[in-house]
Design a protein around this ligand. Structure first.
Ligand code: NAD
Ligand code: ZN
Length: 366
């Protein structure tokens, strides 16, 4: 492992770097040691070169590699979209746009949403992830499983001063996504939110944001390790979805009334069907987890009569990312993570697929 990467006022930019790539969907990963680095002279208007220091591994990276979704990604691909690092070089400004406010050496985060037009109706309303011209890190453009990544100045997220980069990385997808999804639930303080998938990368942050926002949390996942992790955040209502009837268990914990919201961050589809059965009237099902080939089957009569709200929530916008990081930097939310070398990515995917990871794995790119 090389020496620690720190904030500097200028960086010596090498011609090649370490990266993990795959050339075909579900094909072998290659641990590259001489992957090309985009040189400052090659940066296009609006682009910024980031020296990535850490990158979280999200289940979305695994879905992308497996080809789970009805969308095609770039190939060969450098995955990764939970990157934290330093601005290394700023490309020329976009025509007609204000110059980039970032400086070389600033700590920044790379999110799933790498860039959007910022002019269309969706961008104007703050739904930047739905922009027709959106670029996605580690999917349509190369992401953070490399030491030097090209990103876009308008969408890089400033990381609060003094907040460790390894802790920040999982906030840049998992954190911002669940924080936004909880806002979308639009419930009141003291009301009950159920979080299926609570022991995973998104889930372990969701329970903490939910508590910080004043909600009562019921966590659903499986196994003693995940139950223990969640108990460490003060979550005592835990349901093991592999043991017994989940719907009955939620009803019991809510005295038969049901939950006000379910924020489903599970990577398995069964969690969606269960949620519609334990929501109380006007309850919100917030869809976040994206299992392959999954449908939500909601009975129209009961959806109307119970006034259920079914909401898709797709990452978060630039402001959501800033707020999610602020809450984490203020100590309201703690990322539970293990740091592993970049070359471990294939093994991380194996463990993620087996659902044995607690919290997040963060890769070290120093
Ligand atoms: P993860 O593998 O870290 O965690 C998933 C968790 O779900 C695991 O702990 C697993 O045990 C649990 N689980 C699986 N089936 C379950 C079930 N039926 N009931 C309860 N728990 C169950 O994955 P992650 O990185 O947290 O991602 C979770 C999902 O969220 C993925 O599908 C990912 O693609 C998606 N995601 C969506 C967005 C978005 O913008 N909507 C953003 C990021 C990730
Ligand atoms: Zn993600």
């Amino acid at each position: 492992m090389s020496s620690q990467v720190v904030s500097q006022t200028s960086y010596e930019i090498p011609k090649t770097q370490r990266a993990v790539t795959f050339a075909e969907t579900h094909g072998p990963h290659t641990i590259q040691t001489d992957w090309p680095v985009t040189q400052p002279s090659e940066l296009k208007p609006g682009e910024v070169l980031v020296r990535v220091v850490y990158s979280g591994v999200c289940h979305t990276d695994l879905h992308a590699w497996l080809g789970d979704w009805p969308l095609e990604n770039k190939l060969p691909l450098v995955g990764g979209h939970e990157g934290s690092g330093y601005v290394a070089f700023i490309g020329p400004p976009l025509e007609g746009a204000e110059p980039c406010t970032l400086k070389v050496g600033d700590a920044v985060g790379i999110k799933w949403l790498a860039d959007s037009c910022l002019h269309c109706e969706e961008c104007g309303k703050g739904f930047e992830s739905s922009c027709g011209q959106a670029k996605n890190s580690g999917f349509s453009v190369d992401g953070s499983f490399q030491q030097w990544a090209v990103s876009w100045g308008a969408h890089l997220t400033p990381i609060p001063a003094g907040f460790p980069l390894a802790n920040a990385a999982p906030i840049l997808c998992a954190g911002v996504t669940v924080y936004k999804a909880l806002k979308e639930a639009a419930i009141l303080k003291g009301e009950v939110v159920v979080i299926p998938g609570a022991g995973g990368g998104l889930g372990h942050l969701a329970v903490q944001y939910a508590k910080a926002m004043g909600y009562r949390v019921i966590a659903i996942d499986s196994g003693a390790e995940k139950e223990k992790l969640l108990a460490s955040y003060g979550v005592t209502d835990f349901i093991d979805y592999q043991k017994g009837d989940v719907v009955e268990a939620v009803q019991k914990l809510t005295d038969g009334a049901g939950a006000h919201a379910a924020v489903v961050v599970a990577s398995g589809s069964q969690a969606y069907e269960q949620a519609l059965q334990y929501l109380r009237p006007h309850g919100a099902l917030v869809c976040v987890g994206m299992p392959p080939n999954a449908d939500i089957r909601a009975n129209v009569f009961w959806t109307v009569v119970k006034s259920h709200r079914i909401i898709g929530s797709y990452v978060g916008n630039r402001q959501d990312a800033i707020e999610a990081l602020e809450l984490a930097a203020a100590g309201k939310v703690h990322t539970t993570f293990t740091i592993e070398p970049l070359a471990n990515l294939p093994s991380v995917f194996e463990r993620m697929h087996a659902l044995t990871l607690n919290g997040r794995i963060v890769l070290d790119l120093q």
